[in-house]
Write a protein that binds this ligand. Structure first.
Ligand code: SF4
Length: 280
């Protein structure tokens, strides 16, 4: 019999829950609702959302005449501007914590600070933060890039962080930046749910025989949890459904730890828990 421990913070964060509630409420009262890209990074959640009548689009249609749902990770200013121009009604499901990052970055930009974003260049959230600024910020995803970019000419800079970044990695990058830029303001904008998830994943894996991290491969925060757990416990596996689980992973393993990203619904965690309990 396996002994399963699930982290307290596993699954939806409040920002994702809020976005999904907004989507559900909107679907009850409106027609022609569109989401630009995935509302959250989980294919099953996106498919649930489509079932209630919300259509996924990759670019805005030339004739608005509908509702545009802005996803939890936010969007750049040009998306809002274009949607308004085309006649969409905007329902903004951007997480308040992401909005806070936008306003911090804008505030420092107004005070003539160079803005540095620590995050994944291609992630929607980073694109949104960038796209709400007047000038092009510097985006750093690792320490090596600092040496390559040679930033010592910058007089003053303010650093914000993508909400789901790894705390330790960010500390390292900021320490390196401090060596090059004299006046550096660091605003650690990693959100509370991410901090809690990372804290739990730094504790649980060392006490377990095997760790299962649940979340879509497109989920940046799940990737971070997987990396943290794998470093501590090499028997860490990343799955998004019970069909990806291999029984051989569990041979001679009793204690099973489970963590899950912020866009993983409870029902997937429960399906996997029950599969491990009854089938491996
Ligand atoms: S991970 Fe953090 S910033 Fe992103 S939606 Fe959840 S609470 Fe908001």
């Amino acid at each position: 019999m396996k002994k399963i421990t699930i982290t307290k913070s596993a699954g939806f964060c409040f920002g994702v829950l809020r976005a999904l509630r907004l989507a559900q409420q909107t679907a009850k009262s409106r027609k022609n609702i569109y989401m630009l890209g995935d509302i959250v990074h989980n294919p099953r959640v996106v498919s649930d959302i489509k079932k209630i009548g919300i259509k996924k689009i990759t670019k805005l249609k030339t004739q608005g005449n509908g509702v545009l749902l802005i996803r939890a990770h936010g969007a750049q200013k040009s998306v809002y501007d274009q949607a308004k121009k085309l006649g969409y009604k905007i329902i903004d499901a951007t997480c308040p914590m992401v909005k806070e990052i936008h306003s911090i970055a804008k505030r420092y930009e107004e005070q003539n600070y160079t803005i540095i974003i620590i995050g994944d260049k291609k992630h929607d959230e980073v694109i949104g933060i960038k796209g709400n600024l007047k000038n092009k910020p510097i985006v750093l995803s690792n320490k090596k890039e600092i040496k390559r970019l040679q930033l010592s000419h910058i007089k003053k800079a303010a650093v914000v962080v993508q909400s789901t970044q790894n705390q330790e990695k960010v500390k390292d990058i900021v320490a390196e930046l401090k060596k090059q830029i004299k006046k550096l303001i660091f605003r650690n904008t990693i959100c509370q749910p991410t901090r809690l998830k990372q804290k739990e994943i730094q504790q649980l894996p060392s006490t377990q025989d095997i760790m299962i991290i649940i979340g879509a491969k497109s989920s940046a925060n799940t990737k971070r949890l997987y990396e943290l757990s794998k470093k501590i416990n090499p028997n860490t596996y990343w799955v998004n459904s019970k069909s990806e689980i291999k029984k051989c992973w569990f041979k001679d393993k009793i204690k099973v730890g489970i963590g899950a990203g912020a866009s993983t619904p409870d029902y997937i965690i429960k399906e996997i828990e029950s599969f491990i309990k009854n089938r491996v």
